[in-house]
Design a protein around this ligand. Structure first.
Ligand code: CA
Length: 238
């Protein structure tokens, strides 16, 4: 599983879907295709994407209806949605934005414009998904170099611990339940047991401890009966 932003492309016209996919991939994104609303919902159930490019006119349920459902569901409410459509009428644009779309791209579009809008929406709605380095106190994680530094000490992490730490760094001090971590870091929330999270948290603490000693281990706090939290206080004190 990569750390690049993952974009779900919901589009029933294969030629357009492929064009978008190739361009997203060249721009460094991971993209997943869905050709109708059922396939799109399956992808979203399996793993939350960082953004969704959503065609308005789909066979079966429309893109507009899907956008409304995703916005009404707490699990999917925050995902940036860009509507793709041949409809350029003002009334339709307003309906799309009213349904919760973050932006609106009219076909035919230039791929440069599409990529610029994807970047803009990710920066606005999901700054963690732009691939920028994240720093909290002494700790810096850089997704582009896949490197973690605690001041001058490099922290060596496995891929799962890296994603887990990346997620925790995005929201320091916030308590994450095991179920939330499974959903956001693993994605296969249906199939993986919650104690898997405990195993990887333990490994992450050990890796931090190897790099910088006890201060490293105490950066990740257990909140009894709730879950885990990255302590910004512990990180700024060191
Ligand atoms: Ca279509």
């Amino acid at each position: 599983m990569s750390n690049m932003p993952r974009i779900l492309v919901v589009e029933d016209e294969a030629a357009i879907a492929e064009l978008i996919e190739v361009n997203l991939r060249h721009a460094g994104y991971e993209s997943v295709l869905a050709c109708d609303s059922r396939a799109a919902q399956r992808e979203v159930d399996e793993r939350l994407p960082d953004a969704i490019l959503l065609d308005w006119m789909l066979p079966g349920e429309s893109g507009l209806a899907l956008a409304r459902q995703w916005r009404a569901n707490p699990r999917t409410r925050e995902i940036p949605i860009l509507m793709l459509t041949a409809r350029a009428e003002e009334a339709d644009r307003i309906a799309g934005l009213d349904a919760g779309a973050d932006d609106y791209i009219v076909k035919p579009f230039s791929t440069k414009e599409l990529l610029a809008r994807v970047r803009a929406v990710l920066r606005r709605r999901a700054p963690h998904a732009t691939g920028d380095a994240v720093t909290v106190g002494a700790l810096t994680l850089d997704p582009s170099t896949h490197r973690v530094m605690w001041n001058d000490a490099q922290v060596k992490l496995g891929p799962t611990e890296f994603r887990l730490l990346h997620h925790l760094l995005r929201a320091p001090e916030r308590v994450h339940s095991r179920a939330q971590l499974l959903d956001k870091v693993w994605g296969d929330h249906v199939f993986i047991e919650e104690r898997t999270v405990d195993v990887h948290i333990k490994r992450l603490r050990e890796n931090l401890c190897e790099a910088v000693g006890e201060a490293g281990a105490s950066a990740i706090e257990t909140v009894r009966g709730v879950g885990y939290r990255l302590s910004a206080q512990a990180l700024s004190a060191s």
